[in-house]
Design a protein around this ligand. Structure first.
Ligand SMILES: *[C@@H]1O[C@H](CO)[C@@H](O)[C@H](O)[C@H]1NC(C)=O
Ligand SMILES: *[C@@H]1O[C@H](CO)[C@@H](O)[C@H](O)[C@H]1NC(C)=O
Ligand SMILES: *[C@@H]1O[C@H](CO)[C@@H](O)[C@H](O)[C@H]1NC(C)=O
Length: 368
């Protein structure tokens, strides 16, 4: 399994086409489900909905386990974003091969595995199967040997990609991946419903600590947006239109920009004038386009968006390597470029830091 195939399957929203890996390992068709912002979900089958519960939920799991389709579960925890009224995915927990892998908001460059902090890249093979984790651009990407990948940007965007062998076998907020988006609002007991809240509630992860006061309901302005706010949202999000039209022109055929416009309006209504909001939406769109191999033209300048913060001794590159060299090893990389924090000249990534090449590199991936 090379890194290209690994990241190929993380390509958002797309069927990846012919990857460099053989068909036995990698079916050419994959399905991607994602959540971003005040969570907007796109199911494997392409159904879009907004679900604002602030508890922990099953995003995707195997509901039809057999020898070739081992059990797994991807859970998301939604919490309020700092300085806003918006909720967003603040933690992704994956149960796979008796491992509990947690990706936590703001804990850049690290994951928790069975409660211990690891820096990336990290690889686990406990006899049940193999799981690999690496940092790619501003995200962590997890790859599981049967072809599933999970990407999280340590902020608000999570995507799960499944190989076609899991069609019709999965369940959760991401739906069943049966190529029919009309049956994606299913409760955990299988009953189809119209209400997103009812559906979401049924996928609550039970008994999570500290979640006695969370709610599955949307609070604040949800379905309705006042007239004044609607005007303001149209204006605010309208700023995106020329940028989406021009800077993202090469990507339109692959990813319809109108969903980003809709998400912007919805969140603007809920959250008020959010300075960084537009920037973060465009950042996610850029990531999806770039991973699909599309060029995105500079938009940060036009949209007056700051570059993301990078750790000490590193700097932001809008089109940087998707697999930067680390002390642990260099992955050969002919992947398309992505937005990334790249270590300055003379420094190399060691764990979640950029260290001077003369300093001792960490030789163990356990951070603490
Ligand atoms: C599933 O749960 C809902 C609400 O709890 C209930 O109305 C429905 O009848 C249940 N369906 C099945 C198949 O048990
Ligand atoms: C969830 O939202 C409700 C309503 O806004 C709030 O009262 C509660 O504290 C929140 N819970 C968590 C865990 O964020
Ligand atoms: C990785 O490549 C960099 C230069 O790109 C080199 O300085 C470093 O020693 C390499 N690390 C390993 C473990 O091969």
């Amino acid at each position: 399994m090379d890194v290209k195939a690994l990241l190929c399957v993380t390509v958002t929203l797309l069927l990846c086409g012919h990857s460099s890996a053989g068909p036995a390992v990698f079916p050419t068709q994959t399905g991607t489900c994602w959540a971003m912002g005040d969570p907007h979900f796109r199911t494997f089958d392409g159904y879009f909905y907004n679900f604002m519960g602030n508890c922990s939920y099953t995003m995707a799991k195997n509901c039809d386990i057999d020898y070739h389709h081992p059990p797994f579960e991807v859970e998301v925890t939604n919490k309020v974003l700092p300085d806003t009224h918006l909720t967003a995915v603040s933690e992704v927990t994956i149960h796979i091969y008796s491992l509990k892998i947690q990706m936590i908001r703001s804990e850049l460059g690290t994951v928790k595995v069975n409660g211990q902090v690891w820096s990336l890249p990290a690889s686990f093979d406990n006899g049940l199967g193999t799981v690999k984790l690496m940092q790619s651009g501003l995200s962590v990407v997890m790859w599981v040997d049967f072809g599933m990948t999970v990407q999280y940007d340590w902020q608000e965007y999570v995507s799960v990609t499944m190989p076609s062998g899991f069609m019709g076998k999965v369940c959760g907020l991401c739906g069943n991946f049966n190529m029919n988006k009309d049956d994606d609002l299913a409760m955990s007991n299988g009953t189809l419903v119209k209400s997103v809240t009812e559906m979401g509630q049924s996928w609550r992860v039970q008994g999570v600590k500290g979640e006695d006061f969370c709610t599955d309901e949307c609070t604040g302005e949800c379905a309705e947006c006042s007239f004044g706010k609607r005007l303001a949202a149209d204006m605010f999000c309208g700023m995106m239109t020329p940028i989406l039209d021009l800077q993202f022109r090469d990507c339109h055929a692959l990813i319809d920009p109108s969903i980003f416009f809709d998400m912007c309006k919805f969140d603007h209504c809920r959250g008020g004038g959010l300075k960084d909001y537009l920037c973060r939406i465009l950042q996610v769109y850029t990531d999806a386009c770039q991973r699909a191999g599309m060029k995105v033209h500079d938009w940060r300048h036009l949209a007056r968006c700051d570059d993301p913060d990078c750790p000490a001794h590193s700097h932001f590159e809008p089109c940087g390597s998707a697999c930067t060299p680390t002390c642990v090893g260099n992955s050969t990389c002919d992947l398309p470029c992505v937005q990334a924090c790249i270590c300055d000249k003379g420094y190399i990534r060691s764990g979640n830091k950029c260290v001077s090449k003369t300093e001792l590199c960490l030789d163990n991936t356990i951070v603490e």
